[in-house]
Design a protein around this ligand. Structure first.
Ligand SMILES: [Zn+2]
Length: 165
């Protein structure tokens, strides 16, 4: 972004924050030339993302849908609203390509990948409803792999009943 003081185009982002109920992101930036700090605001509405569905149809990206999916997957898990907002922002960063278009399957995979990083129970829950995992065998195999990868789960997780497929 162009520095409002010296016009330099190079800056570093110091902090990113979701504001206005998740409708915008405010980033604090620092000019690499003059060190002046300034803020930029990004709004989803200003840069619409288009989702290409399996059928080939295009539809506008629906943030509420992604948010809702995460809320279901993380139900009962230690994530509050602002944590989930943070995950949505992270996902949007990951799926937003240069073209402004993304395949719906890429969104699903991005969600899977992120949940795998942050919460294994939520990951398995989401995987169980995600189309690529609609075979119960796949789901169970994946669960077994996770158990091997991560060693014994913390006691808190062990008590949870497995998510129903
Ligand atoms: Zn500057």
């Amino acid at each position: 972004m162009r520095c409002p003081v010296c016009g330099n185009l190079d800056d570093k982002v110091l902090d990113s924050r979701v504001i206005e109920d998740g409708k915008a992101i405010r980033r604090r930036r620092e000019c690499l030339a003059c060190s002046r700090r300034f803020s930029t605001f990004e709004r989803v509405e200003e840069a619409p993302l288009v989702v290409i569905k399996r059928s080939g149809l295009r539809e506008p990206y629906d943030r509420a849908k992604l948010y809702g999916g995460l809320v279901s997957a993380l139900k009962g898990r230690p994530f509050d609203d602002s944590d989930i907002e943070g995950l949505v922002v992270e996902l949007e960063d990951r799926i937003r390509g240069n073209s402004g278009e993304v395949n719906s399957s890429e969104i699903g995979l991005a969600v899977l990948e992120l949940l795998k990083e942050v919460d294994k129970v939520a990951y398995l829950r989401f995987a169980s409803v995600y189309k690529g995992f609609d075979q119960i065998d796949d789901f169970e195999r994946e669960a077994a792999f996770l158990r091997i990868d991560s060693g014994p789960l913390p006691a808190k997780l062990e008590k949870e009943s497995p998510p129903s497929a």
